[in-house]
Each structure stands twice: as C-alpha cells, then as structure tokens.
Design a protein around this ligand. Structure first.
Ligand SMILES: [Zn+2]
Ligand SMILES: [Zn+2]
Length: 337
C-alpha cells in the first residue's frame, strides 16, 4: 500500500501525493477537516480546510485558526490531487472527503448517519474504490427507531413533567445532538432552558441560519421556580453537577445511541434513556458501504474487528485502521459512555 493515494500514519490519514492530512490528530501543515467535533477538528494545524458550514463552530471551538471554506460538491485541486467535500448527515457542516487521482478514488467518511434529521445537510453516497468508514455502532443490536417516534417519546416525557410542575432535564452532546433535539421537541409544552455550553453552540448555528426554537440560557440569578415545566438541555457532564441541583426533583433523561444498551443506561443512573444517535446504525453502515460501490473498506473507531469480520463474510476486502477518533459523545467505549 506504500504508493496508495491515502496512507495511515502516526499523525493521521495522509495523502503523500497531495501532501495533506484528513482529520489529523497531531499538528500538521495542511489539515482537511470533516466536521467540528473535537476528536476530528483538533488545534495546532498550520492551515485548515473545511466546509463553509463547518467553519463557524470550528472557529468557536479552536479560536483564531488559518482556515479556508469550501462548498459541498465543489472539486478543488491540491498538488494535482482532486478533493471534494460531500454531506455526511452527521452534524451541521459535516462532510465526507473524496480524494481522487488518475482514476483512484478514496472517500473518508468522518462520522456519518444515513437518515435525515431535519437539521443538517442529508447524507449523500459517493462512489469510490476505497472507503474509510467509522463503525461506532457496528453491531447488529444497534438499530435506530424513526426520528418521529423518538421525538414523541421525549415530548410525552417532558409533557408529563410539565403537568406535574417539574422539570425534564435532558443530557445531550452540546454540538449537533442538542440542536437536533431542539428541532424534535414541541416548544408549546413549556419553556426550554439551556446550559451555557449548549447555548453558545446554538448561537453559532443560529447566526448561520439554522432555525432553532427559542431557548433561554440558565444563569445564576435565574428564578427557576417560576419556570417549572421547563425542558432543560445540558451536556452530559453537567447532569450530575452542582449546576443541575437547582432543578429540584427533575426527571433526568439522556439522549445517545448508547442508550440502546441496557447496562449503559443503568450505569448512567438516568430516569430515562432516549436512543438518538448522530451515527449510522448497523443497517445504515452496511447500506452506506453498498452505495459507495467500494471493494476496499477500512473500518475505524467503534466495533472495528466484529464489523470488519462481517464485511469479510460479505466479500469485501476489509482492513481495520487504528485511529484516535472517539465515538458518540466522545467515548469509543460504551462502558465509559
Ligand atoms: Zn462527530
Ligand atoms: Zn468520530
């Protein structure tokens, strides 16, 4: 594989001919970034390239970076190699990156999900010969219900708390998942309050034109008693903290693909677990791989070995690639999620 178009190095996925990296985890000269999550968009690179839609949140998280924006489906020549970014359906601005040279075509999926979520640009299959795929949820047990039915579950839970004059405290990753949930809930049930980390991301996305319902950031002087019946949206780490204590008697919920696993749900100590993921489920992964037409599949982060073995049984050339990307909620290991 030494003269392949993409290689796997200690710094990350590298294109020797084009002299650039994709989502590198060590500082490099030129980084093409699939999306703004912290395990993919890391600090310290000299130059960044990402979609126009992904850049604002990257700047919000990384501060002053030297970055160029690119439109979806717009080919760019880098040292004779053609690169283009295509919607990954994961979070706003997320992309799969296509790399092509003299008929050799690779696609790096980053993170993706195959079903539309009403918030981000929907996943678009890209034909290639080599597909580097995440497989965060690469086990048959992971099967997502339709978004509408999960939305109904969440709304019913919230409405029940509101009727009892309580709070529904919902934990969700602050970039992507939180905003997707905001699009799923029914704002007529009651006020929606947010933790500062969620609200900061909301502000960035609203400024870009992503429509979200009204939310109010929880502040130290806020009289939360006057806001009984609220849905409170916070990042996972805030749920067990002093911050959450002001919502006395709140029912707690958590929205993550890991909620599909009973053991994880129990260890989280939540009243409710909602199975909402920004990653493809088992069927979604296999569907996406079929759509690429690729014969060579490189599973990264997640249940790579099991997933690669299954791909092998389907006739694919599957080779597991170690990377330093995390899984959903930044945790590759469900025991830690
Ligand atoms: Zn991600
Ligand atoms: Zn990832």
């Amino acid at each position: 594989m030494t003269d392949a178009l993409l290689t796997f190095t200690e710094a990350g996925i590298y294109c020797p001919r084009g002299d650039f990296y994709i989502d590198p985890w060590r500082p490099v000269d030129r980084a093409l970034i699939t999306h703004g999550h912290s395990d993919h968009a890391r600090p310290g690179h000299r130059r960044y390239l990402a979609t126009h839609a992904a850049l604002p949140v990257m700047r919000h998280r990384l501060g002053a970076i030297t970055a160029e924006g690119i439109a979806y489906d717009a080919p760019l020549d880098i040292n004779g190699v053609t690169v283009s970014f295509h919607p990954a359906g994961h979070i706003p601005g997320s992309a799969q990156i296509r790399v092509a040279h003299k008929g050799e075509v690779w696609v790096v999926s980053g993170d993706y999900k195959t079903t539309p979520d009403s918030l981000c640009e929907p996943f678009e299959p890209v034909r290639c010969q080599h597909f580097i795929t995440e497989c965060t949820f690469g086990l048959p047990v992971f099967k997502w219900a339709a978004q509408d039915s999960v939305a109904q579950e969440i709304n019913q839970w919230w409405a029940a708390q509101a009727q009892a004059g309580g709070y529904a405290l919902l934990g969700a990753y602050s970039l992507g998942k939180a905003q997707r949930l905001l699009r799923m809930v029914d704002p007529q049930i009651g006020p929606i309050l947010t933790h500062g980390a969620v609200e900061a991301t909301n502000a960035v996305l609203r400024a870009q034109g992503y429509a979200l319902p009204d939310t109010r950031q929880v502040t130290p002087d806020m009289d939360v008693k006057a806001l009984a019946g609220a849905l409170v949206l916070a990042p996972p780490a805030a749920l067990g903290s002093a911050w959450a204590k002001r919502f006395k008697g709140a029912s707690t919920g958590f929205a993550s693909g890991w909620m599909r696993l009973r053991g994880v749900r129990r260890r989280r100590g939540m009243d409710r677990g909602f199975v909402v993921s920004d990653h493809a489920d088992w069927d979604g992964l296999l569907w996406a791989i079929r759509q690429t037409g690729a014969e060579n599949i490189y599973p990264t982060h997640g249940y790579t070995d099991i997933f690669a073995r299954h791909l092998g049984s389907l006739g694919y050339q599957a080779r597991v690639v170690p990377t330093e990307f995390g899984g959903e909620d930044g945790a590759a290991d469900p025991e830690a999620a």
